[in-house]
Design a protein around this ligand. Sequence first.
Ligand code: GUN
Ligand code: ZN
Length: 460
Amino acid sequence: MTMPTTLSTPESATRAIVRGDLLDFTADPGFATPLEAPGVRWRPDHVVLIEGGRIVAVQAADTPLPEGWADVAVQDRRGQLVLPGFIDTHVHCPQLDVIASFGTELLDWLNTYTFPAERRYADPAVSHAGAQRFIKALWAHGTTSAVVFPTVHKVSAQALFEAAHAANMRMVTGKVLMNRNAPDGLRDDVEQAERDCLDLIQQWHGKGRQAFAVTVRFAPTSTPEQLAMAGRLCLAHAGVFMQTHVAENRDEVRWVAELFPDARSYLDVYDRDGLIGPRAVLAHGIWLDANDRAALREHGAQIAHSPSSNLFLGSGLFDWRQAQREGVNVSLASDVGGGTSLSMLRNMLDAYKIQALQGTRLTAWKALYTATLGAAQSLGLADEIGQIEPGRMADLTAWHWSRGDVAQHRDALARASHASKSAQDALHERLFVWMTLGDERNLDTTWVAGRAVFQSTPAV
Ligand code: GUN
Ligand code: ZN
């Protein structure tokens, strides 16, 4: 008798169960009051059944498990808030090296801090170590999917794809295109850049959870010939994303007008080359006009609103409500290292403050929706990420409601006030306190495709 050469994995080994208080969204809560907001789905003390990296069922914890699940260990997060993993729609991997750099606005900041740091990624060892560090940092902040800028070097995109693919993590990235107005060691040329992009598309686009993005740094660092090449790539390869920056800073906007005198606007520089489509992710968009917003709406493109970056670099106040009124998709992004934290909670709080300065109140519902289902919908990935729903990938996070004496005290008061409020209002108060006082220190566990990839050490 011959021995089998391979052993099949028992089904239970690919299964997992997570138990906790589930919150996700079924629709955009908009800018309605906390009480009136639609789309909030709160399922206290439920279990999520996971098989082969996907959610297969969600049910109340006191409902009997389906046959065959009794032996699966329950990852018990009772009393914790379980959310879909966050989606950061604009973040720079190499800029962990320059986060929290003092004293400059965008163009100066790029030259003084960012470009020197990015030049180091020519070294494959730096690119690979940087990608690993970055992805682990995302998980440690509760982010499970991201749209990422690496550097101009092909190896920096390759390293990100490899690291994300090894973890079965959703990643959208592509080598940065920049062939002018940048220092030596950070410029490509049109032909080589096109070959690098084609190689990366062939190797990675659609492989597992990887997707390629045509990645134009911003209009000033690409010649018209390179922008035309980028447009051709978008046209020729269905399903690729496009990411860039637009209308972030007033000096930048003036510079673009000088460099592209025939374009109607900054956005038009991209639009006329075919770069703006439903898979376009444009960071910032603070200084757009109504025609630009109409173009974004018509194309189904999205603005990646980057609140901590906009405040830190002194770029300006994005009018989210106006964008929403005019039908533009808006997602939330950290934009580290212009942004000051990978934590989407910190960025939600900064977004709240930016809207407050303009007379709008951002609910915790709207903020959380935007960082989960909203981003998934804007990216065209809502059948994969953004909700705790059978069929979606099991990208989840579990959060402590409070950390530290002040937050614990405030959370206890919010809970005590429940009796005098409707259930949705009461939950919103608690959640808003969590969003405002919390950060990555509140995170207990991050799961990517059903596997716990981050686990906080127990507080002592
Ligand atoms: N515009 C062009 N490059 C960058 C960058 O790296 N960060 C930000 N915030 N804006 C940019
Ligand atoms: Zn950016």
